[in-house]
Design a protein around this ligand. Structure first.
Ligand SMILES: *Cc1c(COP(=O)(O)O)cnc(C)c1O
Length: 439
């Protein structure tokens, strides 16, 4: 394989601190939903780099926007002077995000710095010291964002002093055997009335689909009821739309499936279409807390802001949310059909182009992490790129570019089903995957 040389150079030059590798992927280019390996082999990208490449690769609107942002570069930061793309992006986000009238936008580089800023500013502005979040949640990889996360991959990391984690409502592996989520709501209600007093809680972090925790879709009505409970205590609801927002689930915002409007919305990943940018949209009484409270030099740089504007404009102009709804439906149906005879497929779930396939052991339905690891490796061999997520590392996650075609969705489903079948039949050896720790 000709990609070996690039992959080997990567091994020699780049630190493993930031590597989460599942197979020896070395990319030399890409177009649309296709990645090209060194040597020219084409791979169907069903991850889009964890959802970041929302418009796929080398999208003309992105190229034009980035080129314009650089052709007449309005500085490199928003800290000590403003620029048109950053202001326009903020105005656009305010317009397309439902919520109260009096709101403000903060621009960052990543989901991590955005969530970290929320976790700092809400307690500071409200004077409340407690934060609630879900077990299994991944809100970022910086100290402050990790401290309000509940993902098993970050178990060794110190949590925020006032953090209380509760289980995520998982209909497939439900809390107290109650897939409706009622028992869990009662549990949270009890906590707020006792050991975690509701009037001391500043905010509740929630993902409208818990992505890295296992692509879990909450039961209907759960988040809207939780948000009412939060409102009762004056707890601000924080909706982390970083992975599943901005058209991916078939609506502009994933929380719109849940019939509630969060107080604060966090965007990242797909917002930049591959460039680093994130955003918080929240009420002015929080977001006006203090100048210079949370800033990094390149925040609001006009190049990333231009790219984000192109992403938002394209999602709206090309109806990419509706398109994701349609292609996602095809992808999910085809996976279900092609893997109907596969006992290891325990659950197929998702919304639009955010899809999870939970792999289980045939004998007892227990999580099957080994099969997930071998399946993603086999898929790479067969020509598709996707990874796995979950507290038990056993859920295949599909977050392809929003521009995925129907034909690509069908091909992707075939490769995925074949990969599970091959991996279950032992076509991938322990040795093949030994050097890939995954997570
Ligand atoms: C990826 C992710 C983050 C962190 O974003 P980074 O850009 O990696 O910092 C936060 N929240 C969710 C839901 C994510 O999926």
């Amino acid at each position: 394989m000709t990609s070996t040389s690039l992959y080997k150079r990567d091994g020699a030059a780049l630190s493993p601190l930031q590597k989460l590798r599942f197979f020896p992927l070395a990319v030399s280019g890409g177009a649309g939903s296709v990645l090209i390996e060194e040597g020219g082999r084409e791979l169907l990208d069903l991850s889009a780099s964890w959802g970041a490449a929302s418009l796929g690769h080398s999208h003309p609107a992105m190229r034009t926007a980035i080129d314009q942002g650089l052709a007449n570069q309005a500085g490199a930061s928003i800290l000590s002077g403003t620029n048109e793309p950053a202001v326009k992006l903020a105005e656009t986000l305010l317009k397309l995000t439902p919520g109260a009238n009096d709101r403000r936008v903060w621009l960052g580089h990543s989901g991590s710095d955005a969530n970290e800023t929320v976790a700092r500013v809400v307690p500071a502005a409200t004077g409340r010291s407690r934060i609630m979040a879900f077990s299994g949640a991944y809100h970022g990889g910086t100290q402050g964002s990790m401290s309000v996360s509940g993902h098993t991959a970050q178990e060794g990391v110190a949590k925020s002093d006032g953090l209380t984690l509760v289980p995520y409502p998982d209909p497939f592996r439900p809390f107290e055997d109650d897939p409706s989520g009622e028992a869990l709501l009662a549990h949270i209600e009890h906590l707020l009335a006792t050991s975690c007093p509701g009037d001391e809680v500043a905010c509740f972090f929630m993902e409208p689909i818990q992505a890295d925790g296992g692509l879990i879709v909450p039961p209907a009505g759960f988040l809207s009821r939780l948000s009412k409970l939060c409102a009762h205590y004056g707890i601000l609801t924080i909706c982390d739309e970083v992975k599943v927002g901005l058209g991916r689930t078939g609506l502009m915002h994933c929380f719109e499936h849940e019939n509630f409007v969060p107080d604060i919305v966090v965007f990242g990943k797909g917002l930049g279409g591959g460039l680093p940018i994130s955003a918080i949209v929240g009420p002015s009484w929080i977001m006006d807390h203090a100048p210079a409270f949370s800033m990094q030099t390149l925040h609001g740089n006009p190049v990333s802001a231009s790219a984000a504007l192109a992403v938002l404009t394209t999602i709206q102009a090309d109806n990419l949310a509706a398109r994701a709804q349609n292609t996602g439906g095809i992808l999910m149906d085809e996976i279900a059909r092609a893997s109907a005879q596969q006992p290891e497929v325990g659950d197929i779930r998702g919304r639009g182009l955010a899809i999870g396939v939970e792999l289980v052991k045939n004998e007892n339905g227990a999580p099957n992490a080994e099969l997930a690891q071998k399946t993603v490796y086999r898929a790479w061999q067969l020509g598709a790129v996707f990874y796995y997520v979950g507290m038990n590392s056993n859920v295949l996650e599909l977050t392809p570019p929003l521009i995925l075609t129907e034909a690509e969705a069908k091909t992707g489903a075939q490769i995925l089903a074949q990969s599970i079948q091959d991996a279950a039949a032992g076509l991938v050896s322990d040795e093949d995957v030994a050097e890939f720790a995954g997570w």
